[in-house]
Design a protein around this ligand. Structure first.
Ligand code: SF4
Length: 364
């Protein structure tokens, strides 16, 4: 890895990462991973902070998209993950592993990744990776064998390693993701799993031996052009699938978020046809999909109206949505029960017709 800016997709006005400033907890900078990250951007200014959470100048300005995208591009935070826990999950994975990063250099309009570092939410890398890998391996050992097959996996305990970030981007910043992939290669009863909207071909050399599942997120290109900001194009994600299968990854797809609008089902049909024609039999033999219909959020809607109102035409549709207060007290909206049930049926029937080899792990 060099200190050169990482190339972003052609449509992005600036590189995905061009780190100029690293905010660091001193303890993180002393760890080998911290030193490695600092060596990767030797010219970046170093700013000591007490905590990776409380950095007011990184909060960004909700109304100034240029400013917060610049923060995403140029700022990096280096911290130590204090509390290590693997949380039961149950739908996408069995457990959520302790995160090795949070925040994201991309800027999807519907992003639900918590923005505790403010609206810009740049990437924080946790430098205590050895501790995190050891904790995760011990947690796997405590589970023993998975004796009851389920939709998550027939025999492996699956750990989501990218709940708070996009691992393909994180892997451009440090070796944390690679260390996790290496750890899971040696854990025959478990698998790592993460969803991604970025194609990082560096991962093709890592020899995961089937113990890491990558879930490429897909949606119709028309929706993605509007809603996915700074991500890889849908065609590029599909074009990468066979290479990741050949490199030893299990590859699934996340059909998410599903946004219901005029003509949505026809565009999903085109996307499924593209997935079928753009991938080979090895992918199809192991493919599975998670389907997640859009969940939106009132504060995010208010923010988006100020910088990306066109996105809100798709995302905020009170006539078909209902509110639900989340566990953390936030007011989320999702499609109304009966309406959503009918759309879920339409999409799963479409998948059965267009891509009958694509097993639907769950749809909600
Ligand atoms: S890629 Fe994922 S984490 Fe990053 S902004 Fe988009 S939805 Fe959020």
């Amino acid at each position: 890895m060099t200190s050169q800016p990482v190339s972003a997709p052609a449509r992005a006005p600036r590189p995905l990462l061009d780190v100029r400033r690293v905010y660091l907890e001193p303890a993180a900078a002393e760890l080998p991973r911290g030193r490695q990250v600092l060596a990767r951007w030797p010219d970046a200014e170093r700013v000591e902070v007490d905590s990776h959470w409380r950095i007011p100048e990184l909060a960004g300005d909700e109304a100034n998209v240029d400013r917060w995208v610049r923060i995403k591009t140029e700022a990096l935070v280096l911290g130590v993950k204090k509390s290590l826990t693997a949380r039961p999950n149950g739908r996408s994975s069995d457990f959520v592993a302790p995160s090795t990063a949070n925040g994201c250099a991309m800027a999807c309009a519907y992003c639900y990744v918590p923005r505790r570092k403010g609206f810009s939410n740049p990437v924080t890398v946790f430098a205590n990776i050895e501790q995190i890998c050891r904790y995760t391996a011990r947690h796997v050992a405590r589970q023993g064998l998975k004796s009851v097959p389920d939709q998550v996996d027939p025999s492996a305990w699956v750990y989501d390693i990218g709940e708070n970030s996009d691992c393909s981007v994180d892997a451009r910043i440090s070796d944390n993701v690679r260390d996790l992939v290496d750890t899971f290669r040696g854990l025959p009863t478990a698998k790592a799993s993460f969803a991604t909207k970025h194609v990082n071909r560096d991962l093709l050399d890592w020899d995961p031996q089937g113990r890491t599942r990558i879930r490429f997120s897909l949606m119709p290109d028309a929706d993605s052009r509007l809603l996915d900001v700074r991500t890889e194009r849908i065609a590029d994600r599909i074009a990468a699938i066979d290479d990741f299968v050949a490199a030893g990854y299990e590859v699934h797809v996340n059909l998410s978020p599903v946004v219901v609008r005029a003509g949505w089902l026809a565009d999903w049909a085109d996307l499924l046809d593209h997935l079928a024609s753009g991938t080979g039999q090895a992918f199809k033999d192991q493919a599975a999909a998670e389907i997640i219909f859009l969940t939106h959020n009132e504060p995010l809607h208010e923010v988006n109206l100020r910088w990306h109102p066109k996105a809100e035409h798709l995302l905020w549709t009170p006539e078909t949505q209902q509110a639900k207060v989340s566990q953390t007290g936030g007011r989320n909206v999702r499609y109304r029960n009966g309406f959503k049930g009918a759309r879920v049926r339409e999409l799963t029937e479409l998948i059965a017709e267009r891509t009958p080899w694509l097993r639907v792990r769950y749809a909600f």
